[in-house]
Design a protein around this ligand. Structure first.
Ligand SMILES: Nc1ncnc2c1ncn2[C@@H]1O[C@H](COP(=O)(O)OP(=O)(O)O)[C@@H](O)[C@H]1O
Ligand SMILES: [Mg+2]
Length: 256
């Protein structure tokens, strides 16, 4: 393919990262509330590849959460396409969009959103049960995930008995329960001190670097940007810059 016939997204694709996973083209999102229209995203084109840790950086109101909600099929764009494999997920029925989300996307939120009446293990099991039909296999998967996030010894504790960082690790194990290709993290360290945040960022580096998951981490915190294999800067609903990093910062060196 000559350079001229490639699209902007294809030109920007990195040989080092894995296969193309999801591609947004010309995506806009307008929220209408009463008489007021808010253009939360304005012509965003972005291709995600396997194994990338994409840090989407932008101030409050720049469209970060809107971007995650569209990639994760929680909402639909006003214009543009979002291709996952052969499907434009924006055109799926509600049921199919729900299945796409269930099978391929893991979400991690700023305030953890664990179920307070379930233990750490039960929170992860609850998510695993939605996708697994073999209870023995499911139990093994849950234990493996608790080990992965280093919480096997706290598995029987309730969220209220865990620190913020530990709760976020449970939330990551829960998001991984269905073995999703894409992990979407909305300000995952926003409620944590930097030492605890380092563990969370290290875990995301491990999941992308070693397990080939694709992670989009959105944050307003510029100190975090360096941990990504790619930094996408958002402003007023637009991509201001999109840069790959050959040498991501080890999570243990991030401070804020
Ligand atoms: N459901 C909604 N209804 C109306 N406006 C919204 C809604 N969600 C977000 N917005 C607006 O869209 C813009 C982008 O919001 P958001 O994606 O939440 O930004 P960020 O996550 O970067 O803070 C903001 O101006 C916000 O007020
Ligand atoms: Mg937000």
């Amino acid at each position: 393919m000559s350079d001229e016939t490639r699209t902007a997204g294809e030109k920007g694709r990195s040989e080092a990262a894995g296969p193309l996973l999801l591609e947004m083209r010309g995506v806009s999102k307008i929220y209408e509330t009463g008489q007021v229209q808010v253009r939360a995203l304005d012509g965003v084109s972005l291709a995600l590849q396997g194994g990338e840790l994409v840090v989407a950086l932008g101030p409050s109101g720049s469209g970060k959460t809107t971007l995650l909600n569209l990639v994760g099929g929680l909402d639909r764009p006003t214009a543009g396409t979002i291709r996952y494999g052969d499907t434009d997920i924006a055109s799926l029925s509600d049921g199919d969009l729900g299945r796409f989300r269930r099978d391929h996307i893991g979400f991690v939120f700023q305030f953890f959103n664990l179920i307070p009446t379930l233990t750490a293990r039960e929170n992860v099991e609850f998510a695993a049960e939605l996708v697994s039909h073999d209870s023995r296999q499911m139990e093994e998967r849950v234990e493996e995930l608790l080990r992965l996030v280093g919480l096997e010894e706290r598995a029987d504790h309730f969220p209220s008995q865990l620190s913020g960082g530990e709760q976020q690790r449970v939330a990551i194990a829960r998001a991984m329960a269905k073995d999703p290709n894409i992990l979407l993290c909305d300000e995952p360290t926003g409620n944590l001190d930097f030492r605890t945040g380092q563990q969370i960022l290290g875990l995301l580096q491990k999941l992308t670097g070693e397990q080939g998951k694709t992670c989009v981490l959105v944050t307003h915190n510029t100190a975090i940007a360096g941990v990504g294999t790619r930094i996408v800067r958002l402003r007023d609903g637009r991509v201001q810059s999109d840069e790959r990093s050959a040498n991501p910062l080890p999570a243990s060196e991030v401070e804020w």
